[in-house]
Write a protein that binds this ligand. Sequence first.
Ligand code: ATP
Length: 298
Amino acid sequence: LLQLFLPLGTLGIVYRQVKYTLADMDMVFRLLETEQEVKDAANAPELQVREGAIRFEAVDFAYQPERPILHSVSFSVPAGKIVAVVGHSGAGKSTLSRLLYRFYDVTGGCILIDGQDIAQVTQASLRKAIGIVPQDTVLFNDTIRYNLLYGNPQASQAELEKAADMAHIRRFIDSLPDGWETVVGERGLKLSGGEKQRVAIARAILKQPPILIFDEATSSLDSATEQAIQQTLHEVAGHHTTLMIAHRLSTVVDADLILVMDGGKVVEQGTHNELLALRGQYQHMWELQARDEEAEMP
Ligand code: ATP
């Protein structure tokens, strides 16, 4: 029996070592996978970003051909504005952000940035123009400095500190015994969902992209963290064209335009006040949320 256990024990160590590197590998595989699915057109030019205006033009999309997800979705995000997307779970909100980053190609219609079809330009130039803060950020098993610099390896210490300040993560970093050299990720210090998201925001700030995609975490953050992230986001978004995928309506009140999605279609659009006046789905969602919040109050 002992003989059986010993190799199993060794296997456990090997397994753990393999697993530890998976956070990095997973990211690499995901990138490789998407490279295979999406190909640059022959002699594709680079995207020329002038002001960073986005246009979805009658976009259809299906992950699998037999199950269409988006149906003729059209909307614009004017340069420098914030457009928020709300809707029930599974409505297709995050799919919009994946298509804009070109993890997948649309099956109908097109997505334009400053009038250029993103399927016709190089992926490298497209992704250089976009900073993405995903729902769940993958951290490298490396120092917090490395994890932030990933946004812009050339950034100076002063730029790094400024980004950390703007993302409200500086005080947290300074409080760590090893500060910027603290190893985070699976093998190091585990960061909370809110801290990870702020690292992703700092990365995006360092990258200084003309376009920002923010996919709000679905997992509930405590309200102080949520507020800090919201504040950061609005400060950062002010300088970029922003597509904000929102899971909480409180996030979107100040957006320049709100899209309400249902069943893969945009069913309403307008500002917060316009949508309330419409007395449609948005207003209904707003009332439900207010009722939930009231019920939660002590
Ligand atoms: P949530 O608010 O829960 O995040 P969402 O509105 O962002 O939802 P999406 O993530 O865009 O919804 O998903 C839309 C639909 O596409 C869902 O029905 C989902 O099951 C499906 N879907 C998402 N990702 C994939 C995938 N990789 N392969 C197949 N189907 C997928």
